[in-house]
Ligand binder design. Sequence first.
Ligand code: PEP
Ligand code: MG
Length: 544
Amino acid sequence: MQVATGKSILGGVAIGPLRVYRKEETQTAAASALTAEEELARFDAAREKAKEQLRALYDKALEEVGEENAAIFEIHEMMLEDDDYIDAVRSIVENQGATAEYAVATTGDNFAAAFADMEDAYMKARATDVRDVSGRVVNILSGAEEQDALGDEPAILVADDLTPSETVQMDKSKLLGFITRYGSANSHTAILARTMNIPALIGVDYDESWDGKLAVLDGYNHCVYVDPAPELLGAMEDKRKDDLKQEALLQGLKKKPNVTLDGREVKVYANIGNAGDVGLVLQNDGGGIGLFRSEFIYLNSQDFPTEEEQFAIYKRVAETMAGKKVIIRTLDIGADKQADYFGLDKEENPALGYRAIRICLTRRDIFKAQLRAILRASAFGAVSVMFPMIISVREIRDAKDVLEECRGELRERGVAMGEVEIGIMIETPAAVMMAEELAQEVQFFSLGTNDLTQYTLAIDRQNPKLDAFYDAHHPAILRMIRQTVEAGHRHGCWVGICGELGADLTLTETFLRMGVDELSVSPPAILPLRKKIRSLDLSKEPET
Ligand code: PEP
Ligand code: MG
């Protein structure tokens, strides 16, 4: 058995033979026997044909992967209409007496090199697109057939790189997964793979001798096993079967809105603990990430994670969520979540101790590194920031001041940032009682019912002896939720629930009647919750 690692684009497991795809280089002779006018007429005709193909691909992609992802083919079409691109081809044909094939291939390479040198991640990613579209025109000019990357049997495709058009043209019923040596998580190929729910690994140093061998692509653990050992193969087949059961449920509800029978829509987002969970969010059709428990990054580290390390993680999550909301909760360490390198003192009552925002507001160095990382990631998606364990207006103002300070520092460094919505966790009774004032400071509230229950009922959530007393449906909690929603709405704040209670289907109706706008739950809980929401009719009197 051979194991190779890479970077997973999506969770999931694929099992099957590997097929190594070698692209044939199209010959592009430099000197033409035709006149420049004749070569340019060939170029114009090929360009028109390529545009027709791209329009057909756009329609196919629109149906299969939606407008946002299909848009790449519109971009390709626009590239073929770009004056700079056309002039560059024209000048090579006219000045060098070259064939149209040569001129297009050279222009594609030159433009790709220029894009690849740009700082901006979006523009960098356009390098593949300009090569892709130029390759299409060259193929038309030289009469080359489109290669079928996949054979007759379903396979895991292995290639140096895949262009978006190659990816979308593939017969999905035969594509089990793909592995590439190059490519970026920001590329449209990666975005398409995610959208199509195909396990994929990039950055894998593969071997041509893999062709035809059986393999397991483990998207959860970022690796591929070639010639897997029988026990591993058995375990991964079981995992795959579990995934398929999950997907069967998903298929029925995917893309359906979270809307009640009487038309009330509610947002259903996901809770995650690390970037690797995002694949699950997508598989389960989460509308966004309502709670990214960022402290897990710290807990998985031997030392304080740097701004750069955090930025890479937040950026990856934001990019993967492709414009859907990603709410990053700032460090909520302390109490049950301890990391030695923080050097925190042992406390009598850690749940009531030095934790979360209390650490952040007194250890500004730690807080600011995280906030800068979040602000930088906001240029790559719809990132929001959420502060935990808030008990007063003063804390939120202090936290916002630090955020502003970080924004100023980044602005001075010329760093790009997006709009960042600011919210707080409502997980202390004090925050509920102050909700009216707090709502005037932020754009959203998210109810942390796990802590809110422990603090309201004075029951340690870690103590199993108290389970019988831990009544998550206690009227005090439900009243607090109602009070928070009403106060939030009075001041234009949207209000969600990200504690475990949000996934309690026996309370979904109650929450919707209270006016809760969003429920954020673990990824596997998304579809059962959607099913519940879609079965409710709020126009009818509630059953007592
Ligand atoms: C909560 O307290 O409800 C919450 C969502 O945060 P955590 O469980 O991480 O404390
Ligand atoms: Mg909490």
